[in-house]
Ligand binder design. Structure first.
Ligand code: GDP
Length: 199
């Protein structure tokens, strides 16, 4: 697993704090509580790399991880979105920051959007995917918490989401079933990210 041994590097609260490197990076986005931290932990084969939180929406920062055995790559955990209790002006601030991040961050090599398989393709998910597509970046959706559905129901959702993505974005956005809990789909996710990053 090329993502094992990923470790915390730094947190950026403002655009000026983004590390001025030319290293390639992959960003993880998702609604608060979708299961993004658990997905990152599963992909990196760690228990506590990204914080798994019961109080969604509190961490408003971009968290960078590096990998000692791949010194040319960063993983980036974007702030969770869609949490109703975040004040409006803070939401606007973050929307502007993330938009700017997508438009200016040349080292960005791909976007992973983590969605609860029971609530896929909500408003902000589509917005993140649009940012990626507008900037010619590949995007990959993880339909996580698949362990909460039967195999058949998960398969049906996968097909429905895949058609919707194709209709909206063409062929640039891919999707898979995932579970941070059962680890279903972890190898597939690693191989998509590895493909973007050349590892
Ligand atoms: P984040 O806010 O998107 O980072 O979400 P977390 O990873 O913190 O997960 C939110 C909640 O969903 C936690 O209670 C997790 O234990 C739970 N969770 C995350 N992934 C899964 C999964 O794949 N299956 C199940 N059953 N629960 C999950």
């Amino acid at each position: 697993n090329p993502f094992a041994r990923a470790r915390y590097l730094l947190s950026a609260h403002t655009p000026r704090q983004l590390p001025p490197t030319s290293l390639k990076e992959v960003a993880f986005a998702g609604r608060s509580n979708a299961g993004k931290s658990s997905a990152l932990n599963a992909i990196c084969q760690q228990n506590a790399l990204a914080r798994v939180s019961k109080t969604p929406g509190r961490t408003q920062q971009l968290v960078f991880f590096d990998m000692p055995q791949h010194p040319n790559i960063h993983l980036v955990d974007l702030p969770g979105y869609g949490y109703a209790k975040v004040p409006k002006d803070m939401q606007a601030h973050w929307q502007a920051f993330i938009h700017q991040y997508f438009q200016t961050r040349e080292q960005l090599s791909g976007l992973v959007v983590v969605m609860d398989i029971r609530h896929p393709l909500r408003e902000y998910d589509l917005q993140m995917l649009s940012y990626a597509v507008e900037n010619d970046l590949p995007a990959h959706c993880l339909l996580t918490k698949a362990d909460k559905l039967s195999r058949g129901a998960a398969g049906n959702t996968l097909q429905a989401v895949r058609s919707e993505l194709k209709r909206t974005f063409g062929d640039t956005v891919s999707v898979q079933v995932f579970s941070g809990e059962s680890k279903q789909g972890v190898d597939e996710a690693r191989s998509v990210l590895g493909g973007w990053l050349g590892i």
